[in-house]
Design a binder for this molecule. Structure first.
Ligand SMILES: Nc1ncnc2c1ncn2[C@@H]1O[C@H](COP(=O)(O)OP(=O)(O)O)[C@@H](O)[C@H]1O
Ligand SMILES: [Mg+2]
Length: 354
């Protein structure tokens, strides 16, 4: 039997580049080599696309030195990746793609747009849902329409920061300290911080503005951090609930990826029907943003009210060895190998349904 030719994309220009490389290692190792022939293409931080020969080069972080340029063509007839090695150019035909690019220019509909043009079946959500979910402010508007609770918020544009007093006044009119400040489009906690007073608010706004021109300021939700994985097409299913046990005050980049004391737990004990509510909300939000394939939906369980509060969602969730998405499915008896296979199959199902 001929093998299915699978393109794996990783790295990327976003601030989540390193996380994407780590996610790619998990995915590549989980792909069934009997069934699939893989082409590994890394995107450098500058946005150069290079063919990578072996997963160990990603682990050793030396894939950037690859000599063969890879160009994903939007051509739907000559469908695939053009490999350019000096003067020699050849087409590597692609049957399906699995992009593990997190964050901007990967998890925001842009790569999905190229796959659509080329008519290449691809893993995960289509163009609309990543574009929406990448933008925390737009996600909030959708979730608002579902009547699911989320943190109260204020939106500021970068240009509004020029008048610091006015910007702080706007925040203080609607929210009380401490507040959380985050770039609308970012991930892995980049640019996210808490501000306890006006002075800190200015610092937080400035650091969020380094990542995006739209800034979200939210009331602080004190409580537990819970996440839920969604998998499927027309009839998506929710995994069990996972809990983040952060080693830091909040789940910042270091707490997520560098602090071994941060832990995750599957199916923690939760009061009442909190787990059921989270699982139902996760699927409802996934469908409301027109999700397909996979997403991870994140919540808080507020301490003082016991209420479930939606936080944010990710359409290309982390696949690192400590990531919640594969972990939650593994706890439900679905190995990462079977999970990856299921996700690739779903890419073909969507293609066929069209
Ligand atoms: N409104 C909030 N109240 C309390 N903690 C928050 C709030 N918003 C974010 N956080 C903390 O910051 C972390 C990162 O914020 P998040 O919105 O998840 O952005 P990212 O997309 O970077 O993961 C969360 O995991 C949580 O620990
Ligand atoms: Mg998050």
């Amino acid at each position: 039997m001929e093998k299915t030719r699978l393109l794996i994309l990783f790295g990327g220009q976003s601030e989540e580049h390193e996380v994407s490389c780590r996610s790619a290692v998990t995915v590549i190792r989980a792909v069934d080599q009997e069934k699939y022939e893989m082409l590994l293409v890394g995107v450098t931080k500058e946005g150069h696309w290079v063919k990578t020969d072996d997963v160990s080069q990603i682990e050793k972080d030396c894939w950037q030195k690859g000599k063969v340029s890879a160009v994903l063509s939007p051509d739907a007839v000559n469908r695939g990746v053009w490999l350019m090695d000096g003067k020699k150019t050849e087409l590597w035909p692609v049957d399906a793609a699995f992009s593990v690019l997190h964050g901007r220019l990967g998890e925001d509909g842009s790569i999905q747009g190229i796959f659509e043009l080329a008519r290449i079946p691809y893993v995960g959500c289509g163009i609309l849902s990543p574009a929406l979910a990448m933008d925390k402010i737009y996600t909030k508007k959708i979730v608002e329409s579902l009547g699911i609770r989320q943190a109260k918020y204020v939106v500021l544009r970068k240009r509004e920061l020029a008048d610091r007093e006015k910007a702080a006044g706007l925040v203080e009119e609607h929210l009380s300290y401490p507040v959380f400040v985050k770039p609308s489009c970012s991930g892995s906690s980049r640019g996210v911080s808490q501000a306890k007073n006006r002075g800190e608010l200015w610092d937080s706004l400035a650091s969020a503005a380094r990542y995006d021109s739209k800034i979200l300021v939210e009331e602080t939700i004190v409580g537990r951090e819970l996440e839920c994985a969604v998998l499927g097409g027309d009839d998506p299913r929710a995994s069990g609930v996972g809990e983040i046990l952060s080693a830091a005050d909040f789940y910042d980049y270091d707490a997520k990826y560098n602090n071994p004391q941060s832990r995750t737990a599957a199916d923690p004990e939760l009061p009442g029907d909190a787990a059921g509510e989270i699982r139902r909300d996760a699927v409802e939000i996934f469908q409301a943003i027109d999700g397909w394939g996979m997403a991870r939906v994140d919540f808080f369980l507020e301490e003082k009210t016991g209420e479930v509060v939606f936080n944010e969602m990710n359409t290309i969730p982390g696949f690192t060895s400590i990531s919640m998405y594969p972990f939650l499915w593994e706890s439900r008896g679905l190995s990462v190998e079977n999970l990856v296979e299921r996700l690739i199959r779903l890419a073909f199902v969507r293609e066929k349904e069209r």
